[in-house]
Ligand binder design. Structure first.
Ligand SMILES: [Zn+2]
Length: 87
């Protein structure tokens, strides 16, 4: 089984294709991002927590991943991870 590769936007630190972000209990973001399409052409999505690093293992229907991302945000207490100063 291969590890999911999450490409991030260097300017924002969010996964490429982010369409929504949820705040967890400690203000870390859980990003919901598009990741391909299903056999009918409908977008699939995955999520990634910028606080604890947990993420979905596979891309699912957008509504399903949105529910999972929101549920993780509601239970995660990780603080926002410090970002290196790139300037
Ligand atoms: Zn988390």
């Amino acid at each position: 089984m291969s590890e999911q590769i999450i490409h991030k936007d260097s300017a924002t630190g969010l996964p490429v294709g982010t369409v929504a972000a949820f705040l967890n209990l400690s203000a870390a973001m859980v990003a919901l991002y598009t990741d391909g399409a299903d056999q009918y052409g409908d977008p699939k999505a995955a999520w990634f927590c910028l606080g604890c690093g947990k993420h979905s293992h596979i891309a699912r229907q957008l509504a399903t991943s949105r529910t999972e991302a929101n549920a993780h945000a509601a239970e995660c207490r990780a603080i926002p991870w410090p970002q290196p100063n790139l300037i």
